[in-house]
Design a protein around this ligand. Sequence first.
Ligand code: EPU
Length: 420
Amino acid sequence: MDKLIIEGGRPLKGEVEIAGSKNAVLPVLAATLLTDKPCTIRRVPKLRDSMTMIKLLRSLGKKIEMTGNDVVVESKGPLSHVAEYKLVSTMRGSFCVLGPLLAKLGKAQVSLPGGCVIGVRPVDLHLKGLHALGAQISMENGYVITKARTLRGTSVYLGGVFGSSVLATANVLMAATLAKGQTVIESAACEPEIENLCHFLQAMGAKIDGVGSHRLVINGVRQLHGAEIHVIPDRIEAGTYILLAAATHSDIRIKGANYAHLWALVDKLKQAGVDVIQQGNVIKVKNPRTIKPVGVTTYPYPGFPTDLQAQFMALMAVTPGISIITERVYPDRFIHVAELNRMGADIQREGPNAIVQGKRPLFGAPVMASDLRASAGLVIAGLAAKGRTEIHRMYHLERGYENLDNKLLALGARIHREKE
Ligand code: EPU
């Protein structure tokens, strides 16, 4: 296990290129289970999570070649319908093989992913949608077991207590592409990652209307063919570098991101006095002399993403004044608060709110990475803080940030890894 050492307190400079989106590539890889024909996926980020999904597809019987950031998925025989605990338990995203396996094989047995440090994370909406399509569902020994001789199109509402669900939408959408007749998903997630998945499914021959909206209409087809897709740029990686530039007053050019996916963040930063501007395919952050504290509430897209909440909190922790950060997607996603406080931040949690009394500067400290985005918040805090920060269990960062330490080194950060 490695730890990340940061000597903070100095501005960075230069250009950073954004990788393909982690949360887009996972369902896209799962969608290849819907066809026996070869599929090519370009701009696959080299991340622990993409590699876990590739391992899972191999364990289900697919043949996969990766060259650079391109992945070719082919069939090499009959698929297995069992997704084992060993792989699914390490990454929740792997639960989205359930819909494609059920649609392709008429049965699927997928381990329940379990909760994680950001909350309980139930799968009731996934199961509700598949049940509505006609699947019989039972639970045995920690596995979801689904069967359906024929999936039949229907109308299903997928809104939950915390809004729409990204991966439940992905699962039901993928199953519906091969169902008999028309399926309407009401309150579908409209995240750009779902849009990317829809485009891939359409390229495979699926009939989907309403792409990018909360209402997806899918007319089932008998089979899907092979296709090619470019994974969209990772908006959360881009947002993380934007927040890092603001927190460290750095002059960073962020290349290859999609500005249109970042409006909620751009708008919030504008209120704080930070201008985020687009020049061609580069995003620049213009820092004012002083940043104003602003509150933020997370929501499903196009609202402010929960996956940038910890990083935004790190910025507010070094911005003098009070801000309130409210989490509406995962009300318990505050594991970073205690670690930021170890670095001298003044943050109090009250239910789904964190009250941040921002100040400058924080100081370096040993801290523990616990979940991917919480860890990204600690990296930002470490770069902004005076002195040495040690982030233990940095493998959390490798789940979602391609080449993070080398990208930061290239921007002039004093950063290196050491064995624990
Ligand atoms: N929910 C339910 N029932 C369900 C499914 C979800 O109540 O059946 C609740 C969740 O507990 C949560 C809310 O609905 O309160 C939204 O969860 P969602 O299902 O949308 O999350 P997800 O699809 O499991 C994806 C991303 C997460 C990201 C969320 C929200 C992937 C692989 N994961 O998870 O990414 O936070 O959407 O945008 O796409 C990350 O990248 O660090 C990460 C956690």
